[in-house]
Design a protein around this ligand. Sequence first.
Ligand code: ZN
Length: 386
Amino acid sequence: MLTLFADNLTRFPGMIHSTINLSAFPTDYAGAVEKWSHEVDRLSAVQKSFPLGDLPNNNLIDHPLITQTAWLGKLNAPKVLVLIAGTHGIEGFAGSAVQIDFLMRLKEQQWSWGEDIAALLIHALTPWGYAWYRRCDENGVDLNRNFVDFSQLPVNPGFTDLQPYLLGSDQQLRETAFTAYKKQYGREQFELAVSGGQYIDPLAPFYGGVQPNHGHRVIKSLFEQYQLARRQLAVIDVHTGLGPYGYGEVISDHPLGGDGFKTAKNWYGAAVTVPEQGSSSSVPKNGLLDYAWHRIMQGNSCFITLEFGTLGTASLFEVLLNDHGFWAKTPMQQLKQIRTDAGWQQQWQTVREAMLAHFCPADPIWRESVIFRSRQVLQQALTGLS
Ligand SMILES: [Zn+2]
């Protein structure tokens, strides 16, 4: 147990400060499911499971691959706080910690809200990526680029320019190409080219897919099952890997000046950043999960990405490109055989450790910051809903 700012405790409301227990961070996917389920079981919640289905190598992981949900509070509550973890598989390590901390504190009665509010927790939305320490799903699809009109896929010409340099092992060649592109078009255009979303290369990062994937279908199913379009919503989707180290940036991708935009500003204040205005660590992107929620939201609702920064954008791209380069050589069908190979194991360990170091640093200060900031933002959301 670590105590945060113990000397200043009296200056702040007890809701956010108090001890921060870093055991909320899981050690792996199976451990996350176990911890999360244990905490949900201690509360009175309606639970649902969405199995990923049969994959050739499901049995390589210690736990069946599933997305789970928990509904806390009255089923007919007109207002709902929605927490999402693992939209990008591996980013679920921090997303789970936020939810587990929330559940533990709920059990300790350190959170409270009116009877007109319920909470919906969505855990491990991309379970395959979570279990295999990847950002994407089992088909290389980035769920957060998957909410597009599939009859009219977006085109990203910058990606096509850079594609030949992305997965090659010649790092020097890649850096030269990146530097030249940035010099010609600027940093923002470069980031759009690489990470804005692409629909042509399933092996490269930020691939949005050609049909709704598992997480997409789960979200649409939850819209129906809980009739979410009829309720007032505060959605918080936890991500990691972009922005300043340890800072939890509240990002709104709502259309400028619209109701969601205004609600986000009202609830979360001046800290809200907006990619479209250039004030965010993120550039505007294709196919975000946000857009599906925006479409069902009525007044006084908003969706925010709570993005915890780590090691910077250059590290993000480098680590992800190495991960994709490695997995491009590992066909899913052969994963079971390859996995017993000592050379493959060693390479996987290197890739996996680099992914974890980028998306969920072991540094207790970083982890403390995640818990502390998430409590602030959750409190803002609940106050907003109230
Ligand atoms: Zn993410």
